[in-house]
Design a protein around this ligand. Structure first.
Ligand code: DON
Length: 305
């Protein structure tokens, strides 16, 4: 049995005060108000043990990490038909790029770039009675806790400055791959990104991708084993945009980042680990978070490769 607490404590101590060349995201003005010094880690194992260090109990904006949750709910509802609307190929481009959509006739490369997540949100709006409420309840159910909320401040801050996402949504609609009203789709997308969680909650919420026996609060499985395999595969190949290869190379786990500075990574059959440090590298992924996870899978010899 590995001593996860000692391992994360040691890596945390080593990295806490390193020179971090990253920058806190401020293209969503509200995210720019978060202190750059925050640094937290939490791991939850499939035998339900949980180990945390630093700011592991502080809420932060999970941003694009929510794209795994919107994908999961849409996949649960429409099954394999989802892939008619969004592909499963790495984009090799920044998360907010418009570049490939023209050639791809409005079908986003994958559900983890903004274009793909916007289409997934459109699918959810077509199937949910009260999209915001239903999605939040889905997340609470996964977390076994009612203490999850959207941040109105962050969602509205992004809505005011979300020019690229507005362009993406309009462009995709011009190809017929957005079925609902643009404003409704964008509003729902911004809210899903604004959800706040702690590292401890994140590592609990994502246990369903590490543990095939995981049951949500209602006592149901979230995805079939085959569906969970597919979601993990998309995380491995597309979770870090044009840095997905680098993450697989250095860390070797399915994972997903957000511009709030969070990263979640999964070791199927073993654990889910969440790291939060708000300063991002040039590709929009947490600088310290990537370093932490690289050291963690090295010290524990627990990558999937
Ligand atoms: O749409 C956006 O730009 C943000 N709400 C989410 C982007 C994000 O987190 C990408 N992550 N690395």
């Amino acid at each position: 049995m590995k001593n996860y607490q000692d391992i994360i404590n040691n890596i945390y101590k080593k990295l806490k005060n390193i020179d971090d060349p990253g920058n806190v995201a401020d293209y969503i003005p509200e995210l720019g108000t978060v202190s750059a010094d925050n640094f937290g880690v939490n791991i939850t194992t499939t035998d339900r043990a949980s180990y945390g260090i630093g700011d592991y109990n502080k809420k932060f904006s999970i941003q694009s990490i929510s794209k795994i949750l919107t994908l999961t709910l849409a996949y649960q509802i429409v099954g394999e038909k989802l892939w008619e609307r969004v592909d499963v190929e790495p984009s090799g481009n920044p998360f907010n790029s418009l570049l490939q959509l023209e050639a791809d006739l409005g079908k986003p490369r994958n559900p983890f770039i903004n274009a793909g997540a916007i289409v997934v949100c459109d699918v959810l709006i077509s199937h949910l009675k009260n999209p915001k409420e239903d999605f939040l309840n889905f997340c609470r159910d996964l977390c076994h806790s009612s203490d999850l909320q959207y941040s109105d401040k962050v969602a509205l801050s992004e809505k005011k400055t979300g020019y690229r996402n507005t362009a993406l949504c309009n462009f995709i609609k011009s190809f017929g791959n957005i079925k609902n009203n643009i404003d409704d789709v964008l509003d729902f997308y911004f809210y899903t990104c604004s959800i706040e969680m702690t590292c401890e909650e994140l590592s609990k919420v994502f246990l369903f991708l590490a543990d095939e026996h995981f049951l949500c609060q209602k006592g149901n499985h979230i995805l079939t084993i085959s569906q969970a395999k597919r979601v993990n595969a998309i995380m491995l190949t597309c979770g870090f945009y044009d840095e997905s290869g680098e993450f697989a190379f250095r860390v070797g786990l399915p994972g997903k980042s957000g511009v709030g500075g969070g990263i979640i990574a999964i070791h199927p059959d073993n654990y889910a680990i969440a790291v939060w440090s708000p300063k991002l590298n040039k590709k929009g992924n947490s600088y310290k978070g990537m370093h932490f996870l690289e050291q963690f899978t090295t010290d524990t010899e627990s990558s999937i490769f």
